[in-house]
Design a protein around this ligand. Sequence first.
Ligand SMILES: Cc1ncc(COP(=O)(O)O)c(C=O)c1O
Length: 388
Amino acid sequence: MIVLVSDKMKNITPFHVMALLERAKELEKQGRNVIHMEVGEPDFPTPEPIVTAGMNAIRQGDVKYTPAAGLPELRERIAYFYQQRYGVTVAAERVLVTPGASGALLLALGVSLNSGQSLLMADPSYPCNRNFMAFLGAQAQLIPVRGETNFQLTAQLIEQNWQQNTRGVLVASPSNPTGTLISKQALNECIDITEEKKGCFYSDEIYHGLVYQGEAQTALAYNDDVFVINSFSKYFGMTGWRVGWLIVPACFYGAAEKLAQNLFIAAASHSQYAALAALDNQSMIILEARRFEFQRRGDFLYEQLIRLGFVIMCRPQGAFYIYADCSALTDNSFQFVQELLEVEGVAITPGCDFGDSNANSFVRFSYTSDLEHLNEAIFRIERFLKNK
Ligand SMILES: Cc1ncc(COP(=O)(O)O)c(C=O)c1O
C-alpha cells in the first residue's frame, strides 16, 4: 500500500501538550511523581446519580441507536434548562444531542461553512476549532486579543477584521485558555455586528457552569439565530461519556440533523440517559459544591503564581485555567514547560497550543488537581525558578 495521507491532513496541527503528556507518562513509568496541570478535565469522578442512571440504562438494554438528534426527553430537558437557568425560551426542536461539544462544533461548522470561507476567532483560543475549519477547507482568522478586552473579541475588532470571505464569528466564554468572560454588553454587540454583516455567530458555552465571578449569559438571550455549543463534559464531570449539545438557528435544523445522521448516527445512548440525570437537582447539588472547590483552588493558584513572578493580566472568572505571562521568567515558554516537567515533574501547557500571538510568553495552568497537589506544584515551581 502506498502510504499517502490526505492533503487535508497537512493543515491539521497536533497539540504540543500531547507530546508532553507522553513524556510525563514515561517519567511516571520510571517511578517519577508528576503533578498534572496540563489536562483540561475535572479530577472529580462523575457524580453518583449520573453513573447510576447510565448503568441502569445499560442493564435495561437501553443501548440501541437513539434518533440522530438525541432522545426526545433529553432534548426537552435541555430546552427547559435554558428556561430555568437563563430565563430564555428555546424550542426543543432546535436542540441536537451530540458526542460532546466536539460533535456540536463539527456539526455547526459543517452545516454553515463553505471551503474558502473563514471565521473570526480570538487568539489565544481552543485549538481544535481551527483544525475543524481546516478539515472543511475553511480557515480560522485569528485575532490577537489582550488583557484590555479580557482576552475576548469585541464588536470593534470584528468590524476591523471582517473580510470578504468572512463567514462569521466564534466566541468562547469563559475562555479556554484564559478563563475570562465576555461581558453581556460585549456579547450583545458582537452578535449585533455579526448580524449586520449577515454572518453566523457561534457561541461555545462549554464552561458556563464553572463561573466564579460575574455571570455568563447565553448568546440565545440576545438573538435566536445563533449556534450555541455546550457539553456535559466539564461542569457535569462527564468528559469520557462523550455527550454534549448544539442549539441551531431553526433554518439550519434539517441540515444539522442530516449531517448528524451521517457523521455519528447518534450520541451514545447510555450517556444520554446519564445526561438526563445530570440535569436533576440531586446532581446539581453535588456539582455546585464542586464549583466552590474549583473556586478555592483557582484563588490559591492565582495568588501563588503572582507571588512567583508570573503576570496574570486578567483574573480568570471561570473554567479551571489560568493563562499566565511568564516572560519575566523565560523568553521561551515551550522550553520552560519542557524543563519544568523534566526537572520538577510538573506538567503545564505551553502558550503555542492556543495560538500564535505572543505564545512564547504564556503558559496555561489547569487547576484540576486538589489543593494538596497544587501546593506541592507551587513548591516545586518555586524551587525550579530559584535553581534556574
Ligand atoms: C472551549 C472548548 N470547547 C470544546 C471542547 C470540547 O469538549 P468535549 O469534551 O465536550 O468534546 C473543549 C475541551 O477542552 C473546550 O475547552
